[in-house]
Design a protein around this ligand. Sequence first.
Ligand code: ADP
Ligand code: NI
Length: 217
Amino acid sequence: MEERQIIQQTADHVRSLLSGEGTGHDWFHIERVRHTALAMAREEAADLFVVELAALLHDVADWKFAGGDHEAGPRQARQWLQALNVSPATIDHVASIIASLSFKGAGVPTLMATLEGQCVQDADRLDALGAIGIARAFAYGGQKGQGLYDPDHPPTPHDSFEAYKKGSSSTINHFYEKLLLLQDRMNTATGKRLAAARHQVMQWYLEQFFAEWKGTR
Ligand code: ADP
Ligand code: NI
């Protein structure tokens, strides 16, 4: 099968799985990540086929929704690509990108070995920042039944993936436990530039949030 057909079939498969998903991991998230990751990959001269497949498949079985199973994401991507007769080297590369993509806590490094993985990781992280990032965080928090903000529970800088997985006590805490840390973890030049701008949007938002909480603005 031609690369173009493999991409098309994969996109159709993922769209049918994630359309209407309610935590900000829906098909539109995938489309934004796909688009941003490809733009970065062109700039960085990365392998576009690997980047597009990894972007499309990266959230198909995220551990957050697969009962905490970290192997489910890479495993399902592997099975899907094997059924389409994609080369073993490409399958290994895509599965390893998906396995190392996620943020795992403030004190846990998340190194991405290849340029292709770095593009997908930056694109995924950019979608957790800025105006869309704020919207996604509250959508996720709402679906998990977590409060907006709780002044009695300060944020925790998680130093293990186990601790991070237990989740935030509030969505505002998630800003301090993850979102505001992402700008310093970007891989590509474009990623760094866009992350800095989106970071400022979130800082402005938090300032306004706390001012409104106190009733001063
Ligand atoms: P990652 O690959 O790093 O897990 P995803 O692309 O799967 O990132 O999506 C993470 C999204 O879910 C982000 O927009 C993030 O804000 C949101 N999210 C994850 N955990 C929480 C949480 N505890 N509270 C609020 N939002 C969360
Ligand atoms: Ni994602």
